[in-house]
Design a protein around this ligand. Structure first.
Ligand SMILES: [Zn+2]
Length: 960
């Protein structure tokens, strides 16, 4: 083969890949072209030899396809496997067969056709199906026309079913596309902020675009401190609230979004709701503001009903945040005091939160769509049906699932079900991508020394991280207008060198490239990548300097109390680290409040982090899957009579030790059972013993399924036992009466469940790996929220519900306490909790409901380190276990290029582990137990003695 030919072959292969991606040829056609290339088909050989320029080549390929295609259809088909009887397949191409009517043959044909349609529709090459599908649909239509009049009802029904199936499947696909399109567009509205002369008018425009995109609202009105603001006039005006208006205002429940149109005549008149199609009102939390969104509803948008779903799907917090942002921004606009970068952060946080919630729009629309054809029941209705049904679990933290009466043995119903799965998964993936992008964006918004432009695959601008300084604009001939949302890079960059550089890079069309690193700018690109098809231009320090520092100080957005507490904690930690320099790289870092941690974390993230990172996540998931082989040795079923008549040593005091039973699942369950019994919970709350056995079984399984070294059922039971023992001590103190039976139950059960389904990694790892959990819980107490949700799910499921006798109010209260307790086990709450608790115990009015929350939080948090507070040999075993888990994580982080935490390094070497443990016990565990013990009138002295001894023993091991 000559060199010329070789390059033509490569060109040809690139071409057809390109054509397929653009949807100009089908994957089948591409396959065919490749086959013919392999078999050296003569015409094709000629064509390739005569390749000239791109345009002509393309046309040559098209006409080649036209010439050869009829042959291929037949060939492809006969080689394809399908379920239709063989005789029909052989006859498939003779159209006349269809008209000579035969019912079973017709059905077979329809089936055949249907299969083909499904294959194409559900294939990944999305771009091509519109064209192709239409063609196929036409054929189905023809078939119907030919047969329907003479067909008995049986097959006519078949035809109608097939069409209905197609329309539902089409609807599901369209839903995915529409929602995705909508939120992709939203991501652009950030550009509006990036004006060097950011004016009030820009702000208004930006806020309008923002709320229109997120909740389809056109105008807002709100009342705050006897002033009424309406966005139509952009004015505040003084008002006197009448008694009747006040009455209606008082009716607005906290935490709910209310459709104002119906029952609020006075407020309706005040807010002029009759000018709009829908009006939603809410009380902004922690402020006196009554806030109203107005929707004109001229144009039907996909997120039309978003706000009306808020109460059912529990995303009040997000709506509240949006309202708060609008309220604060509009208030600030009055005094001309706002900061685009700060706004940028807030709109990204809120934006991504709404994108996450947009899946409820998806879910709601799916339900509506399916209801047109199937019976669909939402969870919570006691469901049973004679007709076959499937449960579709939306895998959401709300535990949403629906029951659809469909028979998966029927091919068309199976296809609908498959499509539902496919579309939903794709949408979740899209949400994840948005999350990735936001993380990436935020990095650059924060950056002091770089500025990034992002362009989509058409070369249109999608993101700018900061306002363009004049110097940068002058140096590179940048002509950027923040108000033009669809500018192309050609109109933005005027500098010929830069443009040429971009063009060159674009032509290479391959991996992320960082070339010409001596140039004052860098261009990253990724053209063929699944996640991102555009490119970035990054300007690095030296050329770019942000000169708006002054405005940063003017911000008054953070809540004062939190800021003070954080800065106090930071001060304390700084001092501590000054005194003990070894702590800087120690496990103590994990206990810092997240806001302090984050700054140091971000230092480890380099811009090149993101692209590589996205690729690596897939391989991470693979390796995680391997690890997730269930490792529980637990027995699936046991009965309550196996649990009675036991006498467990030290079950009611701090000398209890679970390690001897580590391999005895039954003994552990006996411990749990005995503790519940000793507290009289089983009797008092009429806990059904079968449900209890089921619950404990499920719990043990979920704790142990990953085979974690430390965060397993042994740890859960130990923490529960310790909590139980501390409660017994507390009952004998002057504060004993604060622990009611109900509060104790929520506390002790929470301590048993507090680490269920633990991944064996820290929150930081979950966040850095952008794991599903991190995304689900917005990086906030990721694992803790997961433990709580998992437990609550068990408590809601009929077979494992041990508290079915609670009425709904009791359950709500129980759930609240239970979750709050688990959230206190997030170690980044450590300093805040200690500080608040110490401060409160000194107050005269100590004993409020909030104080009891702090007490139970302290008890569970202290108990979380129960293993460590045992005599040294036992304590050491727990330390070894947890350090093994850290070590494993450190290795994985290295493998996937996530920031590695230095204090997790080399923990398998005893002196290094000893050093780490000394810091941990001296500065975290011992102070914690000391505060707890003091509160319990010195009843935990023995544990503190143990801790002192443990520190001494570790010191010996460090020196060795
Ligand atoms: Zn724990």
């Amino acid at each position: 083969m000559s060199k010329q030919n070789l390059s033509n072959y490569i060109k040809f292969l690139n071409h057809i890949t390109d054509l397929e991606q653009k949807g100009l040829i089908s994957s089948k056609q591409k396959h065919l072209l490749k086959m013919n290339l392999k078999t050296k088909e003569q015409l094709l050989e000629k064509l390739i030899c005569s390749f000239e320029d791109e345009h002509n080549n393309q046309n040559a390929i098209f006409s080649y396809l036209n010439v050869i295609e009829p042959k291929t259809r037949a060939r492809c088909h006969s080689s394809q496997e399908n379920e239709a009887p063989l005789m029909f397949r052989n006859n498939h191409n003779t159209h006349s067969q269809v008209t000579s009517f035969n019912e079973s043959r017709l059905i077979a044909h329809l089936d055949d056709l249907n299969d083909e349609l499904m294959n194409i529709w559900q294939s990944e090459s999305q771009l091509l199906f519109n064209q192709e599908i239409n063609e196929k649909l036409k054929k189905v239509g023809e078939l119907i026309a030919k047969t329907a009049t003479s067909t008995p009802c049986g097959s006519q029904k078949q035809v109608i079913n097939a069409i209905e199936t197609l329309s539902i499947i089409d609807g599901l696909k369209q839903l995915y596309k529409d929602l995705k399109q909508h939120f992709n567009d939203y991501l652009r509205c950030h550009i509006l902020l990036m004006d060097n002369q950011f004016t009030t008018q820009n702000l208004y425009k930006m806020l309008r675009a923002f709320m229109k995109n997120l909740v389809d609202a056109d105008e807002v009105t709100f009342i705050i401190n006897n002033e009424l603001y309406t966005s139509t006039t952009e004015q505040f005006q003084d008002i006197q609230i009448t008694e009747k208006q006040q009455y209606e205002i008082d009716l607005i429940q906290d935490g709910k979004v209310i459709d104002l149109t119906e029952f609020y005549p006075e407020l309706g008149a005040l807010f002029q709701t009759n000018q709009y199609k829908s009006n939603y009102v809410l009380r902004i939390q922690n402020s006196q503001c009554i806030f109203c969104f107005h929707l004109k509803g001229e144009r039907k948008t996909i997120i039309r009903s978003f706000l009306s779903l808020c109460n059912e799907y529990q995303f009040f917090d997000e709506v509240n945040q949006l309202g708060f942002l609008l309220l604060e921004s509009l208030k600030q606009a009055r005094v001309q005091c706002f900061n685009p970068l700060q706004l940028s952060h807030m709109i990204q946080d809120i934006g991504i939160a709404f994108i996450r919630c947009s899946k409820y729009v998806f879910i709601q629309k799916v339900i509506e769509m399916l209801q047109e054809r199937y019976l669909v029941y939402k969870e919570n209705t006691s469901f049973s049906s004679d007709y076959p049904y499937v449960e579709f679990d939306f895998r959401d933290s709300l535990n949403l699932s629906i029951y659809i009466c469909m028979d998966l043995n029927k091919k068309d119903e199976m296809n609908v079900y498959k499509q539902l799965n496919l579309s939903y998964n794709k949408y979740l993936k899209f949400i994840k991508q948005c999350y990735d992008r936001t993380t990436f964006y935020k990095f650059f918004v924060k950056s002091q020394d770089s500025l990034i432009f992002e362009f989509d695959k058409q070369g249109q601008i999608t993101f700018v991280s900061q306002p363009i300084t004049k110097k940068l604009a002058d140096d590179f001939g940048i002509n950027f207008n923040s108000q033009k949302l669809n500018s192309s890079y050609k109109s933005i960059f005027r500098n010929q060198d830069l443009l040429q550089h971009i063009e060159n890079q674009l032509q290479e069309q391959n991996q992320w490239i960082l070339k010409d690193s001596n140039a004052p700018y860098e261009i990253f690109m990724k053209m063929e990548e699944k996640y991102f098809k555009g490119f970035f231009v990054i300007f690095q320090q030296g050329w770019f300097r942000y000169d708006h520092q002054k405005e940063l100080d003017a911000s008054q957005w953070n809540k004062l109390r939190k800021t003070i507490m954080e800065s106090e904690t930071k001060l304390y930690l700084d001092k501590l680290e000054q005194k003990h320099p070894q702590l800087k790289n120690s496990v103590i870092q994990m206990f810092k409040p997240k806001s302090i941690q984050k700054q140091s974390l971000f230092k480890n993230f380099s811009p090149s982090f993101s692209p590589n990172h996205l690729d690596q996540r897939n391989s991470l998931q693979e390796s995680e899957n391997v690890r997730r082989i269930p490792k529980t040795k637990g027995v699936n079923h046991f009965y309550s009579d196996m649990l009675i008549d036991t006498c467990i040593e030290n079950i009611n005091n701090q000398n209890f030790n679970i390690l001897p039973y580590s391999n005895d699942w039954l003994e552990k369950q006996k411990v749990v059972f005995q503790i519940l019994k000793n507290n009289n919970f089983i009797q008092e709350y009429k806990i059904n013993e079968t449900s209890l056995c089921n619950f404990l079984c499920a719990l043990e399984y979920k704790y142990n399924k990953r085979g974690n070294q430390f965060h397993n059922y042994d740890h859960g039971v130990t923490v529960m036992q310790c909590t139980h023992a501390i409660c017994l001590e507390m009952m004998n103190t002057k504060h004993g009466q604060l622990l009611t039976q109900f509060i104790k139950f929520a506390l002790i059960l929470a301590s048993l469940c507090h680490d269920v389904s633990h991944t064996g990694r820290t929150n930081i790892f979950e966040i850095n790996s952008l794991s599903n959990l991190a995304i689900r819980y917005h990086d906030k107490s990721v694992l803790e929220q997961h433990h709580a949700a998992t437990s609550i799910k068990l408590l809601c499921s009929p077979s494992t519900n041990i508290i079915p006798n609670f009425n709904s109010e009791e359950f709500r209260e129980f759930r609240k306490l239970f979750i709050a307790n688990i959230l206190f086990t997030d170690i980044t709450e450590h300093y805040n909790l200690m500080k608040s608790f110490e401060a409160r115990t000194c107050e005269i009015n100590f004993g409020t409901k909030e104080d009891v929350r702090l007490i139970t939080g302290m008890i569970i948090h202290t108990s979380d380190f129960a293993g460590g507070a045992k005599p040294f040999p036992i304590s050491k075993e727990w330390s070894v276990r947890v350090n093994k888990e850290f070590q494993e994580q450190y290795t994985l982080e290295g493998k996937f290029g996530y920031p590695q935490l230095p204090y997790m390094k080399d923990l398998d070497q005893l002196p290094i582990m000893a050093k780490s443990e000394i810091g941990f016990f001296t500065f975290i565990v011992r102070p914690l137990w000391t505060v707890m013990s003091k509160f319990l009138e010195d009843r935990l002295k023995d544990n503190i003695d143990n801790l002192d001894n443990t520190i001494i023993e570790w010191q010996k091991l460090m020196i060795k």
